[in-house]
Write a protein that binds this ligand. Structure first.
Ligand code: FES
Length: 289
């Protein structure tokens, strides 16, 4: 009967009158939505009553659940297919997604946000995943997000150019650049007039995003990304000597680059020097020094 159903559907879907094919597809979709919702509820009730395994031992019941991909494997595969589209987006924002389980409309994932200690980032990614599941799975019910194992998602925070937390950014006299640091070159980033007190400026230096900040007349330079993420900070808000991230609101001490609101990775400090009308950034082989 199942094979005959497939034959008939294929024949009708390929009917010369495209309207017929469209209507057949609509009938099938409606039947699917109706049956799937009822079967899913039935499956949940069977599980609650401890009868799920017994019911699935019956070949006809098992066939029905398999046809609707309501077995754990089937649901997981459907969830994976739907989420395949959003995984590149999540990864491009430094996040990671693992599907742990999918059963009876509940999809369980492990989701790590882009930045260490940044709940906002994970919330954004969660929103994206939930939206995709709601749109792609007609019987989607609930998204369950499991906590990531410790340390997961924190491995983006140690980029090149970052220095130990104890270091303090500030002016580096050009005279101090001698044979000790032969590979460093100082690249002009802007003029001091372009970064007046109380402002931020984002510049691109050979593909490296650099954030310049002027706190009460003192200039500081960092890689322009919220620690452990690719999100730029140049549109952030200055609050005295604190920088508020425009994405999820975390706060950094602009004099040290350290987090103020919570524990977390600091900003990546860059060497900065002022020479006349030039603000220069120390680069090693084209990368921040
Ligand atoms: S990107 Fe999340 S707080 Fe900055």
């Amino acid at each position: 009967a199942a094979a005959r159903l497939v034959d008939l559907t294929t024949t009708l879907a390929e009917h010369p009158d495209p309207a017929v094919g469209g209507q057949v597809a609509e009938v099938l979709r409606s039947v699917d939505v109706l049956h799937r919702a009822g079967l899913r509820r039935l499956g949940k009730l069977l599980r609650k009553a401890g009868l799920e395994r017994r019911a699935l031992e019956d070949p006809e019941v098992a066939l029905l659940f398999e046809l609707y991909e309501l077995t754990d494997e089937g649901e997981r595969a459907r969830a994976a297919a739907v989420l395949a589209d959003v995984i590149p987006y999540i990864e491009s924002h430094g996040g990671r997604l693992t599907i742990v389980a999918a059963e009876w409309g509940d999809v369980t994932v492990r989701l790590s946000g882009a930045c260490a200690g940044c709940q906002g980032s994970t919330a954004t990614l969660r929103h994206v995943v939930e939206g995709a599941l709601r749109e792609g799975l007609p019987d989607f019910d609930r998204l369950i997000v499991e906590p990531s194992p410790a340390g997961h998602g924190h491995d983006h925070g140690h980029g090149r150019g970052q220095v130990p937390e104890a270091a303090t950014p500030g002016f580096v006299p050009l005279a101090s650049i001698g044979p000790r640091t032969p590979r460093i070159s100082w690249v002009r980033a802007a003029s001091p007039a372009e970064v007046p007190p109380g402002t931020l400026l984002g510049v691109d230096l050979h593909g490296v995003p650099v954030l310049l900040a002027n706190v009460e007349g003192e200039l500081y330079a960092y890689e322009d990304r919220c620690a452990g993420t690719p999100f730029p900070l140049a549109d952030g808000r200055l609050d005295g000597d604190a920088l508020v991230c425009p994405w999820h609101g975390c706060r950094y001490d602009l004099r040290t680059g350290r987090r103020r609101d919570t524990e977390g990775a600091p900003l990546a400090i860059l060497p900065i020097a002022i020479a006349g009308a030039d603000i220069r950034i120390g680069m090693v082989e084209g990368r921040p020094g």
